[in-house]
Write a protein that binds this ligand. Structure first.
Ligand SMILES: [Fe+2]
Ligand SMILES: [Fe+2]
Length: 199
C-alpha cells in the first residue's frame, strides 16, 4: 500500500517534466501536432483509466484512494485549461455556446465533489462521493468525445484547432507551475462574469 503513495507525486509530475520547459509550443507542434482535439483526447486517456478504479467497489480502499489522489491534479489541470481555452472559444459560437456552458457547469460540480471528498474522513462516505464523482466525470468525458468534440471538429479549421492547442499547452504549463488559486494569468481577456466570480 505505501508504495502506491510514492508513485503518486512522480506520476503527476511526469506530465510536466516530460515536455521540457525550453520546448516551445511551436516546436511541439512540429513533433506531435497541437490540434486541441487530439490533446484533449490524450488527456482523457489516463483520467478514464483512473475513473475505472475509483468507481470499482470491488477494489480495496487503498487502491481507489491512490487512484483518486492521482486523478485530482490531472483533472484540475485538464479541466481548467479546457474551460479557459476551448470552452471560452466555443462560447463565442452561438451553436456551441450551450454545450460549452454545460461543460463549465459540469466542471464546477466535479470541482466541488473533489473538494468534498478531500474533506471527508468517513471511509464509506468518501467511497460514495468518489464513486459519484467518477461517474459524473465519466459521463462528461463521454459527451465531450461523442458530441462536443466531433461537432467542433466539423465546424472548425485545423489551423484554429492547432492555435487553440498551443494555447491549451501553455495554459496547462502555467497551471502546473503556478496552480489555479489567485493566478490572474488564467483569466482570458474576454472572460465572462461567471468565470471571473469563480477565481
Ligand atoms: Fe475534457
Ligand atoms: Fe471537460
Amino acid at each position: 500500500m505505501p508504495t502506491k503513495k510514492k508513485n503518486r507525486g512522480t506520476q503527476a509530475k511526469k506530465k510536466t517534466t516530460s515536455s521540457p520547459k525550453s520546448k516551445r509550443p511551436s516546436q511541439r507542434a512540429e513533433q506531435e501536432g497541437t490540434d486541441i482535439i487530439n490533446l484533449i483526447l490524450k488527456d482523457h486517456t489516463p483520467l478514464k483509466k483512473l475513473i475505472k478504479v475509483m468507481k470499482d467497489s470491488d477494489k480495496e480502499f487503498s487502491e481507489r484512494h491512490a487512484a483518486f489522489e492521482e486523478f485530482c491534479p490531472l483533472l484540475i489541470t485538464h479541466a481548467k485549461a479546457e474551460e479557459l481555452v476551448l470552452y471560452t472559444h466555443l462560447k463565442k459560437d452561438s451553436e456551441m455556446r450551450t454545450e460549452a456552458l454545460e461543460g463549465d457547469v459540469e466542471h464546477q460540480l466535479a470541482d466541488q465533489m473533489v473538494e468534498e471528498a478531500q474533506r471527508t474522513n468517513d471511509e464509506d462516505l468518501w467511497s460514495a462521493k468518489v464513486k459519484v464523482l467518477a461517474e459524473l466525470v465519466e459521463h462528461h468525458i463521454k459527451e465531450e468525445e461523442g458530441e462536443l468534440l466531433p461537432e467542433f471538429k466539423k465546424d472548425s479549421d485545423k489551423k484554429v484547432r492547432e492555435d487553440l492547442g498551443e494555447e491549451f499547452l501553455r495554459m496547462k504549463e502555467n497551471i502546473n507551475e503556478n496552480g489555479t488559486e489567485k493566478n490572474p494569468s488564467l483569466l482570458p481577456e474576454d472572460v465572462d462574469e461567471e468565470t471571473v466570480a469563480r477565481h
